[in-house]
Design a protein around this ligand. Sequence first.
Ligand SMILES: [Zn+2]
Ligand SMILES: [Zn+2]
Length: 629
Amino acid sequence: MAILKLAPSFKDYIWGGRRLIEEYHKPYEGDILAESWEVSCHPDGPSFVTNGAYAGKTLQEYIDLAGREVLGTNCRRFDEFPVLIKFIDAKDNLSIQVHPDNAYALKYEHQYGKTEMWYVVDCEEGAYLYYGFNREVSKEEFAERIKNNTLLEVLNPVKVKKGDVLFIESGTIHAIGKNILIAEIQQNSNVTYRVYDYGRIGKDGKPRELHVEKALEVTRREPVRPRENCAPHVAACDYFVVDKLSAENEKLTGFVGKESFKSILVMEGEGEIVNGDEKMSFKKGDSLFLPADSGAYEISGTFEALATSEGAKKDPLRIGIDMGGTSIKIGVVNEKNEIIARTVLETRLDIAPEELIANMGKVTRKLLEDSNIPLDQCVGVGIGSPGTIDDENGVVIYSNNYAWENVPLRAELKKYLPLPIYINNDANCAMLGETAAGAAAGRKNVVFLTLGTGVGGGFLIDGKLFNGGLLGGTEFGHTVVQVGGVRCTCGREGCLESYASATGLIRMAREQMEKRPDSLLWKLCDGDKSKVNAELAFKASDEKDEAGILAVKEYMKYLAAGIANAINMFRPEVVVLGGGISNRGEKLAEKLNEMVKDECFGHTFVKPAKVVIATLKNDAGIIGAAALC
Ligand SMILES: [Zn+2]
Ligand SMILES: [Zn+2]
């Protein structure tokens, strides 16, 4: 980890001054400097790394190269860098404006809204800004006053002094007044609705564009309500937590954990920061960036600075999508891993993948709307998809069930759900579900096997889903338990899947009944061999039918061998069985525990993992997919 010193992008808006150049050491050649974007990944004005291995890169390039971990775990819920931090030197008045909230902006602008915070770094005596209305006004009056240029009469002018903090929640009408120098920390969004611009002419000789209609929709037409005290922070909201650092010839200490990066914007004075064996001096106007997990730091000197980091989302919700062969199950999952809202969508394979994904997105948005769940309360979407997944790029490379090839699932779904989206294999998701809230709750090392048409597997190792190093994930079902055995759908001979799947059991039952014309199985399937299924095979065995007993015995032998292999390979704390075969329940688990026990290495000294039956059934996929977030 290394401390970064960032250099800003510059904005020369017409209302700017020269203070940032003359007093804050900004290396800017032009005459007017209105804004310097000190911590920014915004394409309209990125900030740049000036030191170390990433010197010359933009902040965004640095994040991409060093890995998103530098932002910290609290930033996982954001698709993009969450904040934009600026110095603003208003020599003249800024336009009167308003920013929409997330709900409105997501619906109409396909991006997040904006909440911002101003810290008055310096101002002239008597300087003021506008902050909300001075009384409640009707929509009609608001519109009328914009039209006849009397809006300022109903706005609330606030006289400011050095050190004042104003929190501008989305929907609050506001404007920075002249002769104020501000440090602004805002949600990284660019949706601004301008309602009044003092009749000014822009650089192109035309009046600057206004967005009156939209502003009328989103503005709270009333005085600003007092906010809850967020001490000891200067400001704290879903998008930023800001603290003031102030020292007079002294040493401050702090810590940057793995939860969040820390930005330090120096407003006054100078000093030195030490982190590990690294030392960096700073002065007024500098912007420092400490990556998450930098650890303890010390700052000494005489200075004033703002430290910005990301807090955790309160009561976060996650969306889980379980893509099955006949239906797609969608649920909203809370922190306790309870599904608080759910819906189902038919898996239509007669339409284009893009169309099916669009349906998934629309149905999810409707579920949230109908359940009164704001989209911004959700921190991510997890999807369990059949087939081979490229999670990094969000692509389903191949799915036999869906007949999909190279479908950009994430990019398509993002059009409807602008949240971080994680995709993994459905068997892995079922395993994560059982680990989060089912038969393996609280375990750190888990083997999960689905015994259905095929055999799927998922592995939790040291608390983490094991994805392997290359694309495609693990395929435990396609490990061989009988060299030269039955040919598997994958082409190999003797795969576990050919023996321990329901398909395998059905084959064994048919073989046995063919040798025994008097077998009960013939009666159970009305003389039609194609009607034999796993349930009937178990039934025949329960009723002491010889063919049934022999088939189940053979089946159990291979299944037990596969489970013992997994135990010897991974030394899990528990083996969970899901899929159709697991409907047999405790009887199956009991028998397997008995059989597996002696096959596990060192079983005379160490108790091997217990085989248990999955408990979440149909909900495992949703809860497990949500656990990807
Ligand atoms: Zn604003
Ligand atoms: Zn195979």
